[in-house]
Every structure is written in structure tokens, then in C-alpha cells.
Design a protein around this ligand. Structure first.
Ligand code: ADP
Length: 568
């Protein structure tokens, strides 16, 4: 099977189970996230129920405290109740006329100067812009006739026009938020849009803060107190407030009041949960009366959500890592199997190639020796037959020599007997051998007289013979060939160049490996076993050097073999 087809089948075979495992992992991850979210909800429900039980138990104790309460001066009553109040309730003390004494009313701002009031009147009729500018510039406490603040609304208009700095309005809101009623807060919340992101957030947070206690409790005085006959001696109101008040003999009343804002201080919740205002309509609601409901929510919803997502992601990551590991392992195993298969194919080709390389000269030798034996040759034919016989014998012995050396190299038994030899001698001997084998090819030798190499001359001769015979085989028309010796200071460099067809970049990487041949027409059409260049590189490396090729398709190739200089 062709390699690309085999890889395609492998990719398909690996992709199908990988996708299946990934789908399973994604589903497991989302199930896990849902499970963690369910666990978190179940915990909040349990905390909501426990909180409700705690609050009711604390209220029962508060009733006892009130029943035991002795009439006393307001300040004493206040400190007594403060000492015994449940953590989620506020103390309330009302005077004989029903006025709220505790918590203390908030002191009001100074009345607006007459000019501000005049400007306020001007707003409705005359030059609206001028009046508004004067109010924003100098009347920060100006209110409408109904007692609602005018200043922030006018100033926000000017922020939108770009004439009042946004942070001035934002800091006014921060400072005054505690004095603003629910309706004013709602209007301002809707109008802070023109403030830039950062200050808008701060203003909204201030507007979302709890209403001041006095303002909150003012409603207590106006709502009709519901009386519960079971709560002897106490007035119990259950509405938006849950109040337990004990009337005092000389008029007035004292007690505890639980409202949305006071509930938020309820203690005993795990650190990551908080009580938040308003009902949610689910099991995390803590309902003390039908109208007074808070709920349990995560202090940092994003963190809990992230935790749920993280546990999902963890499962997904394990799934993906598993798939990747399996794919990498399968790829490695597949690549190794392909390599082994290719090596087996190459070896088979190699045996066939060696047999072929031996058979051709052997056939010539046999045929010519039979002619000689039969005495059928004329005298003038004898020299030519002798020359052919000697040539074929050289070819045979070169092939056998190459195979023996390759075998030794493959077994790691290549022995290197170094001696000092002039490079020019090595090159000239190689030229002489080449000329005998290829009298029709030109070869140029270029070696400095002084360059001496410290090598095994027999092995280097084998290197040059291989490279030159390759040049003659694969670059038949690319002569004159050139063998050259150079020194780069640390190495002696022997090179063999031709101006033949060159070698493609893909093949250049492979041809130094055993049995590999460039997969081109030229290689297929030419006898060869694919061991020559691996022997060249093996011999160079056995000397501590290396071999490589520089080649341009259509221009030619230069094989360079590097041997370390003595002492380098
Ligand atoms: P063989 O010659 O027995 O095939 P080698 O290891 O000597 O084995 O060469 C490997 C391959 O390198 C050859 O099959 C040929 O494709 C390529 N090759 C070697 N020398 C040259 C050259 N001078 N020009 C072009 N291709 C070459």
C-alpha cells in the first residue's frame, strides 16, 4: 500500500474514536458542571433553611427579653436592648407621641438660600438653562417643592452635555445616597447612564446601598400595627417589617424590628454565601413574613460559577489529554511499523540489487573465459578481452569490497587503521583507478601538495571510488568531474563534483541512509544497491568526520567528506 494511502487510513482510523471520546468527554464535562451547580444550590437551600430556624429561635429569645423589660429612660432602654438584640434585628424606641427616638432621625441639610429658591421657580418658566446652571453651580442641597432632590437630576443633564465633570456628580451621589428615598434612588439609578463606566459603577453601588434606618423604620409608624393575640403583652407586626414592640406604661414603645437591610447582617453563614435582599422565588428564600423575604446567594457568584465550569473543564482536559496521548502513541507506533515495513522492502530490493550487480560482471567473465578456454579468439582480439576481463574483475571485487565494508560498518566492526598520507596521493590514485574504469570520462584533480591527511587510506579510497562511480552512473554527461582536497583549519575536506542532473531536496536527506536511493527515474534505471553513500558517511564518521551533499537540480552535485586534521 502506498505510504500516503496508509497514512490516510491511519488518520481516519484514529479520528473516528478520537471524536467519539471527545464527544463523551464534552458530555461528561457538562454533566459534571451541572452536578457541581446542583451541589452548590443544595448547599444554599440547606443554609437558607438553617438560617430561618436560627432567626426564629433568636426571635423567640427576643420576645422573652421584651417580656422581662423594665420601663426605663430611653437611653437605658436603648442600651439594654442593644445588648440583647439578635444580630439581624435593629432596636426601635418610640416616644409617647409615637415619634421615633431610636434610631435617631437624620439631621437635615441647611435650608437652601433664597437665590436658590428663586432659581428653582425660574426653572419652570423663564430662562431654564441659566437657572439650571446657577443651581448646579451653587445650590447642591436644593430640593423640589415635594422634597425631592433637584440638584443631581440637573447636574446629570449637564454631564450629558459635557459641561459638568462626571466625578463631581458621582461623588455627590456617594455622599448623599444615605439621605435619598427609594423613589429618588430609582430615578437616579435610571439617569446615571451618562456617567463614565468607573464612576457610574460607584454611583450605582451607593444607590443600591441600604436605606438609612430611620427612613426605613418611618414606615413602621404609618403602617397599622397588626396585633397578635398569642403574643401576650407584645405588639407584633408582620408585614415588610417584622417588629416585636412592647408598649411602655407611660406611653411609647420599645422593641426590635427586623427588615430587609437588618437581615443582611444575619451571622452564621459560610464565608462564601451571603443574604441578599428580595425574594428569588426558589428554595434559597428565607421568608420571615410573606413580605419580608431575603435569599441566600454566593458572595461571589462568578467564583462559584467558575468553580462549576472548572470542574467541567478538568474532565474535558483529561479527555482531551487522553485522546492526544493515544493519538501520539498510535502515530509513533504506526510510524515505526511503517519504517520497519519500508526497511524490510528496502532489504528485499537490496538483495535483488546485489545479486544483479554481481550477476552482470560474472556473466561477462564466464562468457569471455569460455571463449578463451575454447581458443576461439584471434590474437588481435586478445588485448580487448583481457581489458574487459580485468575491468569486470575490478567491478566484482569493488562490489564485494563494498558489501564487506558495509557489513562491518553495520555490525559496528569497521576497523580504521590511520596513517599520514598526502591528500594529493590519495586523489591521484583515485583518478588513476577511475580512468581505468571509465577511460571516456574526464576528471580534474585539485589538491595542494602540502596537505597531509591522517586517515585510513584504504577506506578513503573506497569513499572516493564510490563517489566517482556514482558521478559516472548518475551524472554520465556531467563531466569533467572534479575531485578536490581543501583544509578549513580543523578538517581536510575532500569533494567530488559533477554537473549532472542534481538531487531533489527531499531525496538529499535520505540518500545517506542504508538502502535508500533517490526515488527518481535515473535511480530506477541505474544499477545500484543503495549502500554506497551510507558507507561513505559511515567511513567519514568512523574517522570523526561527516559527509554531506550540496546539489541544485539541473546544475549538478558536490559531495563533501570531512576528516579531522591530526591533533584538531
Ligand atoms: P546506489 O548508487 O547503489 O543507488 P548510493 O548510496 O551510492 O546507492 O546512492 C544513493 C542514491 O543517491 C542513488 O540511488 C542516486 O539516486 C543518488 N546519487 C548519488 N550520487 C549522485 C550524483 N552524483 N548525482 C545524482 N544522484 C546521485
Amino acid at each position: 500500500m502506498r505510504a500516503s494511502l496508509a497514512w490516510l487510513f491511519f488518520a481516519l482510523g484514529a479520528a473516528v474514536p478520537s471524536v467519539a471520546v471527545l464527544v463523551v468527554a464534552v458530555r461528561a464535562a457538562s454533566t459534571e458542571s451541572a452536578r457541581v451547580r446542583e451541589e452548590q444550590l443544595a448547599e444554599r437551600v440547606a443554609v437558607a433553611q438553617a438560617t430561618k430556624r436560627d432567626v426564629e429561635a433568636a426571635l423567640a429569645r427576643a420576645k422573652e427579653t421584651l417580656r422581662r423589660l423594665e420601663p426605663a429612660a430611653v437611653s437605658r432602654l436603648e442600651s439594654r436592648l442593644m445588648a440583647e438584640k439578635p444580630a439581624f434585628a435593629d432596636v426601635v424606641v418610640m416616644g409617647a407621641e409615637g415619634q421615633m427616638l431610636v434610631p435617631k432621625p437624620m439631621t437635615d441639610e441647611p435650608p437652601s438660600p433664597p437665590q436658590c429658591l428663586a432659581d428653582r421657580a425660574e426653572l419652570l418658566k423663564g430662562d431654564r438653562t441659566a437657572a439650571r446652571n446657577r443651581i448646579v453651580g451653587g445650590c447642591p442641597h436644593l430640593k423640589s417643592e415635594q422634597g425631592r432632590y433637584l440638584w443631581p437630576l440637573l447636574a446629570l443633564e449637564r454631564v450629558a452635555e459635557g459641561t459638568t465633570p462626571a466625578d463631581v456628580v458621582a461623588s455627590w451621589i456617594g455622599e448623599h445616597a444615605a439621605r435619598l428615598g427609594a423613589a429618588e434612588r430609582a430615578v437616579l439609578r435610571a439617569r446615571v447612564a451618562p456617567l463614565p463606566e468607573g464612576v457610574r459603577g460607584a454611583a450605582l453601588r451607593a444607590l443600591d446601598g441600604p436605606l438609612p434606618l430611620h427612613r426605613t423604620l418611618a414606615g413602621l409608624l404609618t403602617e397599622p400595627p397588626g396585633s397578635d393575640p398569642l403574643e401576650a403583652g407584645l405588639r407584633v407586626h408582620r408585614g415588610r417589617y417584622l417588629s416585636l414592640v412592647r408598649p411602655m406604661p407611660e406611653g411609647g414603645a420599645a422593641g426590635f424590628v427586623v427588615h430587609e437591610a437588618s437581615m443582611l447582617g444575619a451571622p452564621g453563614l459560610p464565608a462564601h454565601l451571603v443574604l441578599a435582599a428580595g425574594a428569588r422565588g426558589d428554595a434559597t428564600d428565607v421568608a420571615l413574613t410573606p413580605d419580608l423575604v431575603v435569599h441566600v446567594e454566593p458572595r461571589d457568584g462568578a467564583t462559584l460559577d467558575a468553580e462549576a465550569r472548572r470542574s467541567g473543564h478538568r474532565i474535558l482536559a483529561v479527555g482531551v489529554a487522553g485522546v492526544l496521548t493515544a493519538v501520539v502513541l498510535a502515530t509513533v507506533l504506526f510510524a515505526r511499523a511503517r519504517k520497519a515495513q519500508r526497511l524490510a522492502e528496502l532489504r528485499t530490493d537490496f538483495v535483488a540489487a546485489v545479486s544483479h550487480e554481481l550477476r552482470t560482471p560474472l556473466a561477462s567473465v564466464r562468457m569471455l573465459s569460455e571463449l578463451l578456454e575454447a581458443g576461439e579468439l584471434r590474437d588481435d582480439e586478445r588485448p580487448e578481452v583481457d581489458r574487459i576481463l580485468a575491468g569486470e574483475a575490478r567491478r566484482l571485487s569493488a562490489t564485494v569490497e563494498r558489501m564487506l565494508r558495509f557489513g562491518a560498518l553495520a555490525r559496528g566492526r569497521l576497523s580504521v587503521q590511520k596513517s599520514r598520507v598526502p591528500a594529493s596521493c590519495i586523489l591521484e590514485d583515485a583518478r588513476d583507478r577511475f580512468r581505468k574504469a571509465h577511460p571516456d570520462k574526464e576528471l580534474v584533480v585539485d589538491a595542494p601538495e602540502a596537505l597531509e591527511m591522517h586517515v585510513d587510506p584504504g577506506l578513503v579510497a573506497l569513499v572516493l571510488d564510490n563517489l566517482l562511480s556514482n558521478a559516472a552512473k548518475y551524472a554520465a554527461e556531467g563531466h569533467p568531474y572534479r575531485i578536490e582536497a581543501r583544509c578549513d583549519g580543523h578538517h581536510a575536506l575532500l569533494s567530488v563534483s559533477d554537473s549532472g542532473p542534481g538531487i531533489a531536496a527531499r531525496a538529499r536527506r535520505r540518500i545517506f541512509s542504508p538502502f535508500e536511493r533517490a526515488d527518481d527515474r535515473l535511480s530506477r534505471a541505474t544499477e545500484g544497491t543503495g549502500v554506497g553513500l551510507s558507507l561513505v558517511r559511515g567511513i567519514a564518521r568512523a574517522h570523526g568526520g561527516d559527509a554531506f551533499v550540496k546539489s541544485t537540480v539541473g546544475v549538478g552535485s558536490t559531495f563533501v567528506v570531512r576528516f579531522p586534521m591530526e591533533g584538531a
